[in-house]
Design a protein around this ligand. Structure first.
Ligand code: AMP
Ligand code: MN
Ligand code: MN
Length: 335
């Protein structure tokens, strides 16, 4: 159940806004984009001028989302006015990849016309609740599920477009209803979204069953790199920068790759290291049971959930591997 006083305050602020920027995190996923676009449709139907703004263009995988064509890339222009910024699916501004100026100014002429209200809607356990008016609740499987709760509390109609966006958020963040965050409430909410007209087949087709040639090229390289540590309790995948560039891959095409490492029997923690730029390595962690990988991710400046977390290290892949495996070994007490 939502904290209704906080949620009512957020709803009142959103509905009285004269311009709302909706922002997710870098390397957008189904939840950050689905939640932003779901709330975008809801606010616009209510007559509130709203804009989804990102640091990067919408990945091809998500271009089926209703409204994705209206997403604004910061570097190509901003709306004339906004007085509220909603940060979704992450807990610090750096993760949005957007300039700080968006939080300080209200128009493109840099004329400050009053405070910008920051609202943070997130479900990450590692979110410390320091970003503006923060509605952070890890009992939700996805921010899209929080947006559905908001719509219900505010009595806003969930149209088929809203439902498709929110269903995408819920389906992708639960691994299509397979992760341990798939509660009865999640399935009830998914049912509501289907009944509201969510295009479930489109979501499955684009987010689950679509594998581009570039992604399969990358998968080949990643599978070839599989190694194990800690007597098979840790399975590691690596994607060196050369493989990344020769396959010509987009970030959103990485979804699900780490699941192959996690799938190997005996694996308690799976680690995927990818050199996204020379000297910059992104690390993903997945775990089974009580092995909390968010602690490891946080120790390297990242975050996430107990069984799925990530961080980015300013190190070449081999150095990043040594650093994170030392921390993973500590979690598993395998010297
Ligand atoms: P990924 O491995 O990228 O699928 O991310 C797994 C989880 O960790 C997601 O909930 C992400 O939002 C979170 N996460 C990944 N990278 C970071 C980071 N650099 N900082 C904070 N959270 C992250
Ligand atoms: Mn996310
Ligand atoms: Mn999420």
């Amino acid at each position: 159940m939502p904290n209704s006083t906080l949620l009512d305050t957020i709803i009142a602020r959103l509905c009285s806004a004269r311009g709302v920027l909706l922002v997710g995190h870098l390397a957008a996923d189904g939840d950050s984009l689905g939640a932003c676009l779901g709330l975008w449709h809801l606010l616009r139907a209510r007559g509130v001028p709203a804009y989804v703004v990102g640091a990067e263009k919408v990945p091809a995988r998500f271009s089926f989302l209703p409204g994705s064509g209206s997403v604004i890339v910061e570097s190509t222009g901003l709306p004339d006015y906004w007085d509220v910024v909603v940060v979704m699916d992450c807990g610090d501004w750096d993760r949005t990849g957007l300039s700080d100026a968006l939080l300080r100014r209200e128009d493109k002429n840099l004329q400050l016309r009053g405070e910008v209200t920051i609202i943070n809607i997130d479900h990450h356990q590692t979110n410390r609740g320091l970003l503006g008016m923060a509605w952070v609740d890890p009992s939700y499987a996805a921010v899209g599920q929080q947006v559905l709760a908001l719509a219900e509390q505010a009595d806003l109609r969930v149209t088929p477009d809203v439902a498709t966006c929110l269903y995408t958020a819920l389906a992708t963040d639960t691994g299509f209803f397979r992760h341990s965050n798939t509660t009865g409430a999640v399935l009830r909410d998914a049912a509501k979204l289907l009944e509201a007209g969510a295009d479930m087949r489109a979501v499955v087709e684009h987010c689950l069953q679509r594998k581009t040639l570039a992604e399969l090229c990358l998968l080949r390289g990643a599978l070839a790199s599989l190694t194990q540590e800690c007597d098979g309790r840790v399975t590691v995948m690596e994607i060196p920068f050369t493989v990344f560039t020769s396959c010509g891959v987009e970030e959103a095409e990485m979804e699900g790759m780490i699941d192959y490492a996690r799938a190997v029997p005996g694996t308690q923690i799976a680690v995927l290291l990818r050199a996204v730029q020379a000297g910059i390595t992104k690390v993903s962690f997945r775990s089974r049971g009580n092995n909390d990988v968010s602690v490891v991710a946080v120790s390297f400046g990242g975050g996430g959930h107990p069984n799925a977390a990530g961080c980015t290290l300013p190190l070449p892949i081999s150095d990043a591997r040594a650093a994170v495996l030392a921390a993973v070994r500590q979690v598993l007490a395998c010297g």
